[in-house]
Write a new protein. Structure first.
Length: 470
């Protein structure tokens, strides 16, 4: 009986052994199944080229990009990487052009499991299109010089793809902070911002002389771009030689500046003539600039709950939105009348101050589409998410304008790193770091570590990166 039992057992076992041997002794069945859960661009989507800078794919397990991956967009190979937030996501940077049809191809085996080398995501193909440029004009509102139009085109071509770096010239007529950034990082900011704050003191032989163009010409000669702005100082009272731009430190009335025969009107136009004289010299020298006057006009005046602190902090906003817009229009028209054609006009919004529960937008203060080329926002100590919120609100409110970070730096916190702000969706056209003497090695309101990160970030344009045609 034992022998019979053994014989029967062998008959039962042998067929199973035979069935299990298919000649693929080395075959491995993956223990991990990878499926695509979501994608940031839908099949057939129509997207904005300026703001769609990355495709994010979310998978069912942790993944990595294979070294042999050949991910392409219209045949051009792209470099993908894990998302900074989770290894279950893959980010694929995109550099899109308006009005273009795209096909993105991820071959099988490009996205692999981190747990099982034999497991990979299936092949993936995505078709989408970008919107026509449409909203943002191709030319500036008033600038007509070759240099100004070339500068505007440079910003427009890079909008949504790169952000142009800039630094404040320690509220003066020099390149000191920019050179200190270079000493720290080995790269210069692409732009240097000069403030006409001291134009009321400017004179030959004085401690400051704006008519000496050498600092600006040296900067431009080295390949840099120029920003101009103006903390417009006024006498604290009629006949005073003590000046201020703060609304609570003078009795200068912006409404009177618009009325012929008043002392405010006389000062308003005298000071504009001084600035125009310098700007025309720059124009004759072939230098164009972005121009940011009358910034932060609304201050805290748009707070929903009014109090003694909810007011405009500069004189040009102290009488409200209507007077402010009249001042802007008066300056715009006067500059144009005097032949100024080399400026890209930048209006600075106060927006929500990061808190739409407490503030309304200052859209009533907007001078109008025909009176500016860009809209900026000044943010201090705001994190990446706050940057993104502000950018998206401004872009939604002013879809025909490029959006810039007019000023940035420390507030109660360090400013968000440019790379983090960009990744969060704050695609600023350019940013400008404010000066702060004695802070770090750059005398600016951002730390040395912040600058090191900024000047090596792939989305930041430095002076050394500039490719504007000469």
């Amino acid at each position: 009986m034992k022998r019979l039992h053994l014989l029967l057992l062998s008959v039962v076992i042998l067929p199973f052994l035979a069935c299990g041997d298919d000649g693929n002794d080395d075959a491995v069945v993956p223990s991990v199944n990878i499926t695509l859960l979501s994608q940031s661009i839908d099949e057939g989507a129509l997207v904005n080229a300026a703001t769609t800078t990355v495709l994010t794919l979310s998978y069912s397990n942790t993944v990595a990009v294979s070294p042999d991956a050949n991910i392409t967009l219209n045949g051009t190979k792209l470099t993908a990487s894990n998302s900074a937030t989770t290894k279950m996501m893959v980010d694929i940077p995109l550099a899109l052009q308006p009005g273009t049809a795209y096909t993105l191809v991820i071959p099988a085996g490009s996205i692999v499991s981190t747990k099982d080398a034999a497991a990979s995501a299936p092949a993936f193909t995505l078709h989408f299109k970008t919107k026509e440029r449409g909203a943002i004009p191709e030319t500036p509102v008033t600038a007509s010089t070759y240099e100004a139009r070339r500068l505007y085109s440079f910003f427009l071509d890079n909008y949504g793809r790169k952000t142009v770096s800039s630094v404040m010239a320690d509220v003066n007529w020099n390149n000191n902070c920019a050179e200190k950034v270079y000493s720290l990082t080995g790269k210069h900011p692409a732009m240097n911002c000069y403030d006409f704050i001291h134009i009321c003191y400017s004179a030959p032989g004085s401690w400051i002389n704006y008519n000496d163009l050498k600092p600006v010409q040296d900067w431009v000669g080295a390949g840099g771009l120029v920003q101009l702005m103006w903390h417009f100082n006024v006498p604290k009272s009629e006949g005073s030689t003590d000046y201020s731009f703060y609304s609570d430190e003078n009795n200068f009335k912006g409404s009177n500046a618009l009325v012929s025969g008043t002392w405010e009107n006389k000062w308003f136009y005298e000071q504009m003539d001084q600035v125009i004289g310098v700007v025309l010299k720059l124009q004759q020298a072939g230098i164009a600039a972005t121009w940011r006057p009358f910034h932060e006009a609304a201050g805290n005046a748009t707070a929903k709950q009014q109090a003694n602190w909810t007011k405009a902090w500069f004189w040009w906003g102290s009488e409200g939105a209507e007077v402010y817009k009249q001042l802007w229009h008066a300056m715009f028209d006067y500059f144009k009348q005097k032949g100024v054609n080399n400026l890209i006009w930048v209006w600075t919004t106060q927006n929500f101050n990061g808190n739409s529960q407490q503030y309304v937008q200052d859209t009533d203060w907007y001078p109008g589409n025909d009176y500016c080329d860009m809209v900026a926002r000044d943010l201090y100590g705001i994190d990446a998410a706050g940057n993104a919120l502000e950018f998206q609100e401004i872009q939604a409110a002013y879809p025909t304008k490029m959006v810039a970070l007019g000023e940035c730096g420390r507030g109660s916190n360090e400013a968000a790193l440019m790379g983090q702000a960009w990744a969060a969706g704050a695609l600023w056209s350019h940013f400008m770091v404010w000066c702060d003497k004695g802070k770090g090695s750059t005398d600016t309101m951002c730390s040395d570590d912040w600058w090191r990160a900024a000047m090596t970030d792939e989305h930041v344009i430095t002076r050394e990166d500039l490719t504007i045609d000469k």
